[in-house]
Structure formats: structure tokens, C-alpha cells
Write a protein that binds this ligand. Sequence first.
Ligand code: HEC
Length: 161
Amino acid sequence: MLSRLKRFWYILPILIGLVLIGAFAIWGNAPSGEPITINGITVPPLSTLDPKVVAQGEPLYAQHCASCHGANLEGVPNWKIIQPDGKLLPPPHDSSGHTWHHPDELLLSVIAEEGDPSISDMPGFRDILTDEEMIAVLTFIKSSWGQEEREFQWWITARDQ
Ligand code: HEC
């Protein structure tokens, strides 16, 4: 009897550990929070960004995008002012820009396809980055957004599907 009790106390911390690991695994992957309703349209809760995909996107951003959109996603100063030749300047990709106003599908097509040369010097990345890499860059960009921007962009992406 005594030895069985002792064994129980030995095993207890291991059991607690396993339960905690299990709980973290479930909570870690579960969408955090509530379904999101904007303008009467409800979409599932915001998913968490996969840190591995964010880490994959960061150096790709530095290599291919930072020269125009800024090392810290800040864009160029006065990016809202259209140039005398009609060109748009690279906007920020952080919360201060309007990247988060657009659904994934549109953003991925802007990244893949060359811009209209009369208004944009942005190259298309279709032949330079794989689909997976473009998604990783976009995921890295999303990781810079605040909660509100992320929720809005999640909502507008889910709404359009
Ligand atoms: C040669 C400069 C240049 C490079 C390099 C560049 N961009 Fe752009 N980008 C622009 C300009 C200018 C605009 C604004 C005009 C437009 O929308 O085409 C823009 C617009 C965008 C937009 C639309 C943003 C919005 O708010 O509507 C996205 C998304 C974007 N860029 C992503 C990227 C990503 C991701 C990369 C790297 C893989 C990249 N850009 C590389 C110049 C560049």
C-alpha cells in the first residue's frame, strides 16, 4: 500500500506535465478569440500566424522588398503623394499603410504580377518567388500589424471567399 502511494507521488508531476503539454498544444493551434463580425458579416476567429512561416518570410522581404518598402516596412516618406509623372510611391506595409485593407488574394496578385508601368515601378515576383515564398513574405508583413488591422484583414479575406 505504502509503496503504491509513493509511486503515485512519483508519477503525479509527470502526469501534470503531460496534461499541460497537451493543453498548450491544443490552445496553441486553436484560433484565438471569438468569431469576428463587421458590418453584420461574421467570419471565424482570427488564426494565429505560424512563427516558422513568419521566419521564412523575413529574409525574403529583406532581400526582395525592403529596398522599396523600407527595412522596417515603413514605405517611403510622403508615399501618399502621387509623383509628377503619375507614379505611386512604395507604401508602408506596417499598420500605418493600407496593405491590411486588402484581402489575401489581391495582395498575392499584386506581389506576383508586375504593376501597371504608368503608375507603378513594382516588379512582378511570379518568376522570382514560389507561391509558398510569396505567402511567407505576406505572413511576415502580417506579423507587423496590430490586432485590429489583423482582424480587419482576416475578415475581408474570409468575407470575399
Ligand atoms: C522597385 C520598388 C518595389 C519593390 C522592389 C517592391 N515593391 Fe511593392 N510596391 C511598389 C510600389 C511603387 C507600389 C505602389 C503601386 C502599386 O500598388 O503597384 C507597391 C505596392 C505594393 C503592394 C500594394 C500595397 C497596397 O497597400 O495596396 C504590395 C502588397 C506590395 N507592393 C508588396 C511587395 C512585396 C511583398 C515586395 C517584395 C516581394 C515588393 N512589394 C517589392 C514598389 C516596389
